[in-house]
Design a protein around this ligand. Sequence first.
Ligand code: UT7
Length: 330
Amino acid sequence: MSSTDNNNNNLRSVVLGVGSYLPEKILTNADLEKMVDTTSDWIVQRTGIQQRHIAADGETTSMLGIKAAQKALASAGVDADSIDLVICATSTPDYTFPAAATQIQAGLGITKGVAFDLQAVCSGFVFGVTTADKFLRSGSHKRALVIGAETFSRLLDWEDRTTCVLFGDGAGAIVLEAQERGGDGRGVLSTHLRSDGRHREKLYVDGGPSSTKTVGHLRMLGKDVFRHAVGQVGDVMLDSFREAGVDAERLDWFVPHQANARIIDASAEKLGIAAEKVVKTVQLHGNTSAASIPLALDVAVRDGRIKKGDLVMIEAVGGGFTWGAAVIRW
Ligand code: UT7
């Protein structure tokens, strides 16, 4: 799927603002040493993770999403009621239905337009940006909020050391607006998505309304996911570079899904992206699934690394498998 499909007008989806929110409670590796048979050294060496945030009892995905969206709207300098498209990428909605996006829409006081969830696990934010970009460039919608929000702590088997040390909770959001293509070249330049449903058993949740009538726990064959994450994502990244007419040299920032520092480093190296262009937040956030990229984008915008006009690539791999990449002139 390419962003130039059906691209018969002069519109581009331009980033107006970004925001994020992390729950107050921090769970450190030292805390985990007291909960399961692990060591901080193992976690840091194998993943780079030092800490993660955990939602409080009663603090839901949509609550995190609302706070991230409010910050994104403030950074964009636009009112909530100017938003006519809300997409929430999540695998941990408050309820089986309605969509978390509708809860976020209501929480922000938006009563027009459309809101829906998008489920592509850790690739959800890239899928969300891609979907919003197609809505905006079609001319059907004007201003979108794309949110990645997760409470993965609720899906974890806290006795399984191979998974419970990896994930955290959080939310991030961006505001995109349909604008006439300008001379500054800003906007989403290219998007590419893939999925291959044959790999379900490598990363899945062993419950659901239609199978077990329970929420279930996350299960993962870590090595297989690692191999796929490093081995196969190159295709969407290269396609995105090619379509945007850029290459790794010209990229200013690489903001990948934050699952594991080793996966991030290996992917960047494979594509020839210099280490100093890589935004890494996995050490502080853990793997927050669909929230990880907008959380990392917000960190890098706030600390002054990502500036208007910079060329940014986002990229992710997730359960399914799903994977995708997008090139954005910020
Ligand atoms: O967001 C997309 C989804 N997820 C990912 O992208 C994650 C992809 N996979 C990974 O990041 C890595 O595969 C892991 C971090 C999950 C695991 O790293 P690994 O280098 O592949 O380790 P491994 O699974 O081969 O395990 C090595 C050893 C095993 O012991 P033996 O069999 O060698 O004796 C594990 O039992 O480490 C053991 N181990 C642990 N030891 C201490 C597994 N988990 C832990 C732990 N603490 N938490």
